[in-house]
Design a binder for this molecule. Structure first.
Ligand code: C5P
Length: 223
């Protein structure tokens, strides 16, 4: 394997309702993070997995994941970006492809991990999995007043894992100023091309209670 995967899993999960860090919420009786790491470890290209856990849960997460796959667990930060930076700093010498994958995308198939890694391996510096946007999207201003309609055909919903040549991700994080919601955004700021590959419906981000209910269903039908 020539791939390291960073898993930011230090978020509070406020939008999922009360119940502790999101990555440790149960799906089919197991934490979201366990589902995510199991699927990452099933991708044969993956050599190293580094998880950024809530600082108070580092030891518990280490114990939780030990039977699932060999992983390194580090304390995360206050923002997702800080959690990714902490995980990146713990990647050993070796892997030249680094993927960043949200623990909340717990049902992401190993095939998607491989397709993102393969696109980086084939020569792209930065690769993101995307889906078309199905809803019409409008920009709104004060008082929920519509300012305009965005051309949907030019929009994509972006998932993880996002894949990078290791040096590109390191440079992007070193240069980062304002926190962004994804890592490709940091790379875009460097002027490095980011390319899209087809995403997967199973890579949905489990964010709200509805998503968790959907994920429970997908799991029972073989997700
Ligand atoms: O908040 P959001 O849904 O964008 O979080 C995406 C991922 O980033 C989640 O897996 C979450 O656990 C992680 N995260 C983190 N550290 C933070 C905030 C979020 O690792 N401080």
């Amino acid at each position: 394997g020539d791939v390291a995967v960073l898993v930011p899993a230090a978020g509070a999960g406020v939008r999922l309702g009360p119940g502790g860090p999101k990555a440790l919420r149960l799906l089919g009786g197991e934490p979201l993070l366990v589902h995510a790491v199991r699927r990452l470890a099933a991708a044969t290209s993956v050599h190293t997995v580094v998880v950024a856990a809530p600082a108070a849960d580092v030891i518990a997460v280490r114990e939780l994941l030990a039977p699932v796959a060999p992983v390194t667990v580090v304390p995360g930060g206050a923002e997702r970006q800080a959690s990714v930076a902490a995980a990146l700093a713990a990647v050993p010498v070796g892997p030249e492809i680094v993927l960043v994958h949200d623990a909340a995308r717990a049902l992401t198939p190993p095939e998607l991990v491989e397709s993102v890694a393969a696109a980086v391996r084939s020569g792209h510096d930065a690769v993101i999995p995307v889906l078309p946007v199905v809803d019409t999207v409008k920009e709104v201003g004060a008082g929920e007043r519509v300012l305009g309609t965005v051309d949907r055909s030019a929009l994509r919903a972006v998932q993880t894992p996002q894949g990078f040549r290791r040096s590109v991700l390191s440079t992007a994080h070193a240069a980062a100023t304002d926190p962004l919601t994804d890592d490709a955004g940091l790379v875009e700021k460097l002027g490095v091309p980011v390319v899209c590959v087809p995403g997967s419906e199973y890579a949905l981000k489990i964010t709200r209670p509805f998503d968790l209910a959907l994920a429970e269903h997908l799991l029972t039908v073989g997700g």
